[in-house]
Design a protein around this ligand. Structure first.
Ligand code: TXA
Ligand code: MG
Length: 350
């Protein structure tokens, strides 16, 4: 299949391109598009064949459900059985934005879209290209991140093209994603709201909006938890660079010393080495490639750069990578969740 690639400016959207892409979605085709979190690989969420095509294009296990993207609250009523009061509070505060909520689905949503589940994940993105596309497509776009299954999520169109060229109809290039990590997922189907995937909307932000404690799915936090995570996608190795990644945790000087020792040993074994460093430490490493993810205490900056850096290490054929560790509250919780998964939970404490 030949994939058409169009560049769009969020502030001055070419409506002809949006119409063409919307028509492709209505006919059951696939369109990758920018969102404020990461790029999505979109198909008509209410068409079971479109969802099957999404799984095929990504090489994704079909028990891993898709997020349905909408552009207004009215659209939510048509696809879910009930909307809890708390969900409305969160929608009021954080939609449109990087928050996904899970509801009991009704019959218009096919099982192919929800990986066989009776529940459906819904998000209202803020990116204007995404919103225009949703409106042009009939209102419901199922979209996982636009990477091949298991690879880091794309935050620029270049990496969507790398993974999806020839597999889908259209790629819309809307520049770099603002947030850089996928949305926070909150489940509402078991009574109390529960975080299934950490993201830019933090636990504290959710608790402030709801004036109550919001729990985490324990399976996300504990590497060796025996219960599978409630979001099926969280159980797969994910975000994985081609080389091996190890996180080194400890105070600044010890971490630098340890990473330099390890990279020197790797170099003696003829391995190409890389380090995910910070602005404060980047000059102290002796690896072949050192990349700063931002300032140590600015987890939002680190979130923005992380997936792109993992892809860049692949482009440079880095075989062994080390990353500093980050504070694990606030957005840092999302950063550490993705880093740990990318590293297959390999962490050295010094
Ligand atoms: O920011 C995002 O959420 C991006 C952009 C494109 O919107 N999308 C995204 O989709 O990250 P994906 O498919 O890569 O991740 C969706 C996650 C998976 O872990 C999946 O298992 C979980 O959401 N999920 C989807 N529907 C669910 C459901 N009904 N119950 C539990 N987990 C669900
Ligand atoms: Mg994904």
């Amino acid at each position: 299949m030949e994939t058409k690639i169009y560049s769009l400016n969020e502030e001055k959207i070419d409506t002809n391109i949006i119409k063409e892409a919307g028509d492709v979605l209505k006919k059951g085709g696939l369109v990758a598009f920018p969102t404020e979190t990461v790029y999505g690989l979109g198909g008509d969420a209410l068409n079971p064949d479109s969802s099957k095509k999404i799984y095929a294009a990504k090489g994704r296990p079909s028990d891993n459900p898709l997020i349905v993207h909408i552009s207004n609250l009215k659209a939510l009523e048509k696809i879910v059985k009930d909307i809890p009061e708390d969900a409305l509070k969160l929608a009021d505060k954080y939609w449109p934005g990087p928050l996904t909520m899970i509801f009991n689905k009704n019959d218009v949503v096919p099982k192919e879209t929800t990986g066989g589940l009776e529940t459906v994940a819904v998000r209202m993105p803020s990116n204007k290209i995404a919103r225009a596309l949703i409106d042009a497509s009939g209102g419901y776009i199922a979209a996982p991140s636009a990477n091949l299954s298991g690879r880091p999520s794309p935050t620029v169109a270049k990496y969507v093209i790398e993974d999806m060229d020839g597999r889908i109809d259209i790629i819309l290039d809307g520049g770099e994603s603002d947030v850089g990590l996928e949305s926070t997922i909150v489940d509402f189907t078991e009574g109390k709201p529960m975080i299934l995937r950490p993201g830019f909307i933090t636990q504290k932000m959710l608790e402030e909006a709801l004036s109550e404690k919001v729990e985490w799915d324990r399976a996300i936090i504990d590497a060796d938890s025996k219960t599978p995570p409630k979001a099926p996608g969280m159980k797969y190795r994910h975000y994985a660079p081609k080389g091996e990644l190890v996180i080194v945790e400890g105070n600044k000087e010890d971490v630098i010393k340890k990473i330099n020792e390890l990279t020197n040993a790797d170099k003696n074994n003829n391995l190409r080495t890389g380090v995910i460093a910070t602005e404060e430490t980047k000059d102290y490493y002796c690896a072949d490639l050192v990349k700063s993810a931002g300032h140590k205490d600015e987890e939002g900056e680190v979130a923005h750069h992380l997936f792109r850096i993992l892809r860049e290490f692949d482009e440079e054929n880095i075989q062994k990578m080390y990353s500093e560790s980050f504070k694990s509250d606030g957005v840092g919780a999302a950063v550490m969740n993705r880093l740990l998964k990318a590293a297959g939970h390999q962490i050295i404490k010094v």
